[in-house]
Structures are given as structure tokens and as C-alpha cells.
Design a protein around this ligand. Structure first.
Ligand code: XMP
Ligand code: MG
Length: 185
């Protein structure tokens, strides 16, 4: 068994560590403090909705640091990178009823904006009290559809990143840091 405390070294497909584990940790702490303060009067009506699969580690860390009552839910979508038609397909819906609830969408990364634009529009039809968004990473150079993001962890350049939930063909999701990949052939 590998030593679970050791920080895994970069493999040959990874160019560099973009954001190390300590930096992620501190930023998630800050976001959790800010979100807890903003929702302090939400009276148990907060639902965090993680977008699968990329957000699973971020939402786990964030949710455990909130000091406001909330429930966690998930949604799964498929979208194709490179498909600029904005096609987003719902694979698995949430389970919680959003009526009269504060919904906070938790997403790994904002790229074209198609995914969050779709989710915000969709959730707003369910009569929630509010809909906000938290993204760990933002790639401003790739935005196509404008979306309002309420909480952003880090702004990054237009490179493919993996780790802390993000993957390349399901690889590298469990790295504790965010790494930049070499462009793939
Ligand atoms: P948009 O904003 O274009 O984002 O709807 C769609 C999805 O693309 C994924 N994405 C990435 N995943 N590394 C990843 O592992 C990346 O660098 C990256 N850029 C975009 C992500 O799942 C997002 O939800
Ligand atoms: Mg995603």
C-alpha cells in the first residue's frame, strides 16, 4: 500500500503543480467562512448541489467546513468540450425539492459557461428562494456564455487541469493538488 500521507509526484503527462494542496485548503476555508456568513439567516433552507463528477472533492471539503445547516445533493450532466452548441444533457437529477430553498450550485470549473447557464436556468424554474454558484476554478479566457458566479476559488489560464476532483479520461481525480497537463495529442 502506498503511504497515504505522501504527496504524489507528478507523472510524465503532468507539466507542473498549478495550485498546491495547502493553498487549496486555505482558499476552501475562506470560501466556507464567506458562504457561512452569507447564509447565516437561511434557517435550514440551504441545499448544496454538487455537479458530478468533478466537484465531489470540493463539495466534500466545503460542506464539512460550513457552520450553517444545509443538505447536500448532486446532479450529473454531460457536455462535450469542443461542442460550442451549448448542448448539455441531464444524466441524473437532484433528489431534493428546491421549492422555497436557497440553492448553491457547487462546480469544479467554469469554462465556456454552458453548464452553469443551463443549471441556473433549470433550477430557477423550480421556485427556489435563491440560486447562487460556487466554482473552484475559473478559466476566463474560455467564457462564451456570461454567467454570474458568486464564489470563485481561483482564476487560472486556459490549460487542461486535473486533480482535486478534476480528471483527464477519469485519471488523476484524487491528486491532492491541481496540476496542469501537457497538451494531449
Ligand atoms: P463549461 O463551462 O464549458 O464546463 O460548461 C464544462 C465542463 O468542462 C469540464 N472542464 C474541465 N475538466 N479539467 C477538467 O478536468 C479542465 O481543465 C476542464 N475545463 C473544463 C468541467 O467538468 C466543466 O464542468
Ligand atoms: Mg464539471
Amino acid at each position: 500500500m502506498k503511504d497515504s500521507l505522501a504527496i504524489p509526484a507528478l507523472t510524465e503527462d503532468l507539466a507542473r503543480v498549478l495550485i498546491d494542496a495547502d493553498t487549496i485548503n486555505r482558499r476552501v476555508d475562506e470560501l466556507a467562512r464567506q458562504i457561512s456568513a452569507d447564509y447565516k439567516d437561511s434557517e435550514g433552507k440551504l441545499i448544496l448541489v454538487g455537479v458530478l463528477k468533478g466537484s465531489f472533492i470540493f463539495i466534500a471539503d466545503l460542506a464539512r467546513r460550513l457552520n450553517v445547516e444545509h443538505v447536500v445533493d448532486f446532479i450529473a450532466l454531460s457536455s462535450y468540450r469542443g461542442d460550442h452548441s451549448g448542448n448539455v444533457r441531464l444524466l441524473m437529477d437532484t433528489r431534493e425539492n428546491m421549492e422555497d430553498k436557497h440553492v448553491l450550485i457547487v462546480e469544479d470549473i467554469l469554462d465556456s459557461g454552458n453548464t452553469l447557464d443551463y443549471l441556473i436556468r433549470n433550477f430557477k424554474t423550480r421556485n427556489p428562494k435563491s440560486v447562487r454558484t460556487a466554482v473552484l476554478l475559473d478559466k476566463p479566457d474560455r467564457h462564451i456564455v456570461p454567467v454570474d458566479i458568486d464564489y470563485i476559488g481561483f482564476t487560472i489560464p486556459d490549460v487542461w487541469v486535473v486533480g482535486y476532483g478534476l480528471d483527464y479520461n477519469e485519471k488523476h481525480r484524487t491528486l491532492p493538488y491541481i496540476a496542469e497537463m501537457y497538451p494531449q495529442a
